[in-house]
Design a protein around this ligand. Structure first.
Ligand SMILES: Nc1ncnc2c1ncn2[C@@H]1O[C@H](COP(=O)(O)OP(=O)(O)OP(=O)(O)O)[C@@H](O)[C@H]1O
Length: 253
């Protein structure tokens, strides 16, 4: 593991279903994500992107191999320790925002801290609210906000614990192009000024071009990376991967 990798997957294999008829979603994937960088994971549909993100974030358990986060091998942790680590060291942003509709903006943001049995530090919610530009919407509920504003709340909720890593599964997938740019700017800012590491899954070369590095999966394997990518180079690479093999993750052999 490189010294400054905040997350590292080593020989991760994930098989869904039983060993005879199951699907190999990840096949011996080894990838490190360096601290204070923004990485996008791309690949054809079914190539294992979400599974990779979920294994990296401790939301899913690899069949074999190891995942290390912040120097701890999370694949060795029990469910209780893993829950605490996820709550305190990891932030999540999903395509569908996943806010609780009955709670206000402030209550949604404070939720990870409340779930840990604590009160948010004085001013902590205000700081992240300001960071995402929603100071005027404290008392609103998610249903009273636009999609972009709801995703800002989700980012503020991810930032409240000052996690090491923020994982995003298609975090701009439900947004128009302009709003998507605003959300990407916030994630970039988290890397630049907040000291976070960001890893997102996306299908969109324009979105992925905002990352420092793009890693490619195909058929459940790590098949390459592009540093300082442009949307055009990424689009070309995706077309290449798409035509090389339309079959996604393979059957267990
Ligand atoms: N819970 C599950 N049970 C069984 N198979 C699964 C499960 N989750 C994923 N798979 C299979 O694992 C493979 C990889 O899926 P995954 O969702 O990680 O791919 P992806 O690259 O994120 O796809 P997409 O871009 O379409 O969202 C696919 O063949 C999928 O059908």
């Amino acid at each position: 593991m490189a010294v400054d990798d905040v997350v590292r997957l080593d020989a991760v294999r994930k098989v869904y279903g039983n060993s005879r008829t199951g699907v190999v979603a990840l096949d011996s994937v080894s990838i490190g994500f360096r601290r204070h960088t923004f990485t996008a994971v791309m690949g054809p549909s079914g190539s294992g992107k979400s599974t990779c993100l979920h294994c990296a974030a401790g939301l899913d358990t690899p069949t074999s191999g190891s995942v290390t986060l912040d120097g701890r091998e999370i694949t060795k942790l029990g469910e209780r320790e893993l829950t605490i680590l996820r709550r305190e060291r990891i932030g999540f942003v999903f395509q569908a925002f996943n806010l609780l509709p009955a709670l206000t903006v402030v209550e949604n943001i404070a939720l990870p801290v409340r779930l840990a049995g604590r009160r948010p530090r004085r001013g902590a919610v205000d700081t992240v609210l300001e960071q995402v530009g929603l100071s005027e919407r404290r008392k609103h509920r998610p249903g009273e906000l636009s999609g972009g504003q709801q995703q800002r709340v989700a980012i503020a909720r991810a930032l409240i614990t000052q996690p090491s890593v923020i994982f995003g599964d298609e975090p701009t997938g439900a947004l128009d192009a302009y709003t998507a740019l605003e959300i990407l700017d916030l994630l970039r800012q988290a890397v630049r000024s907040g000291g976070q590491t960001v890893v997102i899954v996306t299908h969109d070369p324009v979105v992925a071009a905002h990352a420092d590095r793009v890693v490619f999966l195909a058929g459940g394997r790590f098949v390459g990376e592009i540093l300082e990518p442009t949307a055009q180079v990424l689009a070309e690479q995706m077309i290449k991967l798409g035509t090389q093999g339309r079959t996604p993750a393979g059957q267990v052999s």
